[in-house]
Design a protein around this ligand. Structure first.
Ligand code: AFP
Length: 283
């Protein structure tokens, strides 16, 4: 696993350089979810694919930017599912974006995820790595290396509320849930990039990030293998909770297609309990 984390560190510097210098226009293609691909999405994908091509323990790569599974090494042990540049539409307004990596063994499902990592490209580059039985560890880029900063623990109750999607497409009980948190004094913190938004909640003690089922996206927007499950693992390792709109742990999701999405809620104990009450989910 060490070689995988070292590779993620090196691609983080390369992608950061591309963000700062590359063309921000669109490529002439769509990704497998039908979204127009930015040149930066494609470039970040290529950087990651090239870097993992020489890592012997990596068997397969599954990218948010590509359909299907790319086999690199039949003898490898792990499949890495990654979103090379999540939130890339925010680069042209100079907001933070990120890369997400889920490391799986055997079939691609939540229970087979063995580690996850994400990189935040903001005023600084930060990396968080989560492995089984350990609190997620935060690293910050200083010069051309990553320095270990410390482990991350979520408080039992936070102050931040990051509600995804468009209000006009929320169901009534979701709107009530979000409004009630604001009435309790929660602060709105939502940039539209799940990596910096979930990172902020983890580092500031807690709160909730929600991306519900909406009238236009009844299965949610965020992708299980590349976004939802890797962050569910992060939040659980940090002492938080991560469930769908039926109360199922996101770590128990079994996608039937690599690009399947899911409604998702990540947060501290208090906010997830409030969500269960609002959604009528029995414990
Ligand atoms: P892009 O990669 O198209 O910018 O989408 C970002 C994202 O997948 C995720 O990072 C955000 O949390 C989410 O979409 C924001 O979606 P809404 O704008 O619908 O809240």
């Amino acid at each position: 696993m060490h070689s995988i984390f070292e590779t993620i560190k090196s691609v983080a510097f390369e992608i950061d350089h591309a963000i700062k210098t590359a063309d921000l226009g669109y490529s002439n293609s769509e990704n497998s979810s039908g979204e127009d691909q930015l040149k930066l999405d494609v470039q970040s994908d290529i950087i990651i694919e090239k870097a993992f091509a020489s890592v012997a323990v990596v068997k397969n790569l599954v990218s948010e930017e590509k359909e299907g599974v790319l086999t690199l090494n039949e003898a490898g042990k792990y499949t890495i599912c990654y979103d090379p540049l999540d939130g890339s539409s925010l680069v042209d307004v100079n907001l933070s974006v990120g890369s997400i990596f889920g490391i799986y063994e055997n079939e691609l499902q939540g229970s087979n995820l063995v580690a996850s990592a994400y990189v935040v490209y903001g005023p600084r580059i930060e990396l968080v790595i989560a492995t089984k039985g350990q609190k997620p560890m935060l690293y910050r880029a200083i010069g051309d290396t990553f320095k270990e900063i410390g482990s991350i623990t979520l408080d039992k109750k936070g102050k931040l509320n990051a509600p995804g999607g468009t209000q006009q497409n929320w169901c009534d009980y979701h709107k009530t849930f979000v409004d009630d948190l604001f009435t309790e004094g929660y602060r709105l913190r939502y940039s539209g990039g799940m990596v910096p938004d979930l990172h902020q909640i983890m580092l500031k003690g807690g709160g909730i990030f929600s991306y519900p089922a909406t009238s236009d996206k009844p299965h949610g927007k965020l992708r299980q293998l590349f976004e939802v499950i890797p962050f569910a693992f992060m939040y659980e390792q940090a002492g938080g909770y991560a469930i769908n709109d039926k109360g199922l742990r996101l770590m128990e999701l079994i996608p039937s297609h690599p690009h399947d999405t899911s409604p998702c809620f990540f947060g501290s104990k208090y906010e997830i309990n409030a969500l269960k009450t609002a959604y009528g989910i029995k414990n």
